[in-house]
Design a protein around this ligand. Structure first.
Ligand code: FES
Ligand code: FES
Length: 174
């Protein structure tokens, strides 16, 4: 193997903030953020649905913005501030979006729920959804095979106004 190839296959060191904790990690250049979270860090709240950017189950927050972890290479997250569903609560106090999902019974099997909640927090941070139709459109990247959409929208609709007044950059129930 040439020196150039050896360099390409070598592990890379990245530093990031994950759920409020500074982490230094060794990652392969081809490892996705989703596989890093689930396989290396045991943060399995973030789900793998399609692994192709089509279902939203893997949604996490990067610097307060929602991204698909399956489409993001781990090496691209050097210096980022990441929040997964595990990092939304403050200790025992659930994030308002998590509380609203429970209140509105916004899930059935729950597989899409972590992605739905992270996406909804990101949507609130964007501050551009005002109506039920806008919520429907801007949450359309998160699929729910159980069809819990109306309850999901009810939960999001309840929390958006309070979060839009105080954006939540990294989650953690601020
Ligand atoms: S697993 Fe990432 S979008 Fe489906
Ligand atoms: S609650 Fe089952 S996929 Fe959404």
């Amino acid at each position: 193997m040439s020196a150039t190839n050896q360099q390409a296959f070598a592990e890379h060191t990245i530093a990031l903030t994950l759920n409020g904790q500074t982490r230094q990690l060794e990652v392969q250049p081809w490892t996705t953020l989703l596989d890093l979270l689930r396989d290396q860090l045991d943060l399995v709240g973030t789900k793998k649905g399609c692994d192709h950017g089509q279902c939203g189950a893997c949604t996490v927050l990067r610097d307060g913005k929602r991204i698909n972890a399956c489409l993001t290479l781990a090496v691209m997250c050097d210096g980022a501030e990441l929040t997964t569903v595990e990092g939304l609560a403050s200790g025992d106090v659930l994030h308002p979006m998590q509380q609203a999902f429970i209140k509105h019974d916004a899930f059935q099997c729950g597989y899409c729920t972590p992605g739905q909640i992270c996406s909804a927090v990101g949507l609130a941070n964007e501050g551009r959804a005002r109506t039920d139709d806008e919520i429907k459109e801007l949450m359309s990247g998160n699929l729910c095979r159980c069809g819990a959409y109306s309850n999901i929208r009810a939960a999001v609709e309840e929390v958006l106004p309070q979060m839009s007044a105080a954006p939540d950059q990294g989650g953690r129930g601020q």
